[in-house]
Ligand binder design. Structure first.
Ligand code: SF4
Length: 243
């Protein structure tokens, strides 16, 4: 039996330089969020409960901005993520709006193809994401003039060109990425400073957390999103929420 055990990703240590640059980033985030709320008072923030999204949630609640906070309960979340929805509601005194998949569509997929078919082809996996994520997101955004995400440029090769503001042409609304230029340590510096509630899976080697069947821990030094849909090639690793 091999005694070799791989070392997994760990929450980054926050240094003095990270903490020192945080006030400026916080001011900028405050201004960005206030500006979005002034232009689009019924804007929607779609949180996945990732640490980035918890930073945005914390600031939205701190500023008491009239932005709706919604999340997608795919029916395939880890228990740790489900727990975090309740903890976030409790800590901030809010009620995150939860959008679930259409039951008939989800059941039909499983009946016709089987739950494990997501591992068989990118097409099948994307169909599951369409039913469990994209359609519920479309419902959540149906009367929104704009929406916000917690995406960052340095998260993956597919996000290096991410702007602050973009046009969601499919939905005909504006889309904002208010921490698009933050680094990973900026996010953790903020979370630490403000005691932001966090997913317990971060302490178990998960730097990026999606649905339970499609997420696994990441070895130290590997790309942070390599544990998402790990059986697919790098260029297909998005669920279609952020085209
Ligand atoms: Fe389905 Fe996986 Fe997509 Fe979740 S991430 S909706 S389980 S394919």
């Amino acid at each position: 039996m091999s005694l070799f055990r791989p070392e997994f990703w760990k929450i980054p240590a926050v240094g003095q330089a990270d903490a020192a640059r945080l006030p400026e980033l916080e001011n900028m985030l405050e201004q960005r969020l206030q500006g979005i709320a002034e232009r689009f008072p019924r804007a929607v923030f779609a949180t996945s409960l990732a640490v980035e999204d918890m930073v945005v949630t914390d600031m939205l609640c701190r500023l008491k901005l009239p932005v709706r906070i919604v999340t997608l309960h795919t029916g395939r979340l880890n228990p740790e993520t489900e727990t975090l929805i309740a903890r976030t509601d409790e800590q901030y005194g809010i009620g995150i709006e939860v959008f679930a998949p259409d039951t008939d569509s989800a059941e039909r997929f499983e009946r016709e193809y089987g739950a494990a078919s997501i591992y068989e082809s990118v097409e099948r996996r994307r169909e599951c994401c369409r039913i469990r994520k994209i359609e519920p997101l479309n419902r959540a955004l149906s009367d929104a003039p704009a929406w916000l995400t917690g995406q960052r440029r340095s998260q993956s090769d597919t996000r290096t060109e991410l702007p602050f503001e973009e046009a969601d042409t499919a939905r005909g609304i504006a889309k904002f990425n208010p921490i698009f230029d933050w680094e990973e340590t900026d996010v953790w510096a903020y979370a630490q400073k403000h005691a932001v509630p966090l997913n317990a899976l971060y302490s178990q080697g998960y730097p990026s957390i999606g649905c339970e069947p499609c997420t696994r821990p990441v070895k130290l030094g590997d790309p942070v999103r390599s544990g998402r849909w790990w059986w697919e090639s790098t260029d297909s690793k998005e669920c279609g929420l952020h085209k």
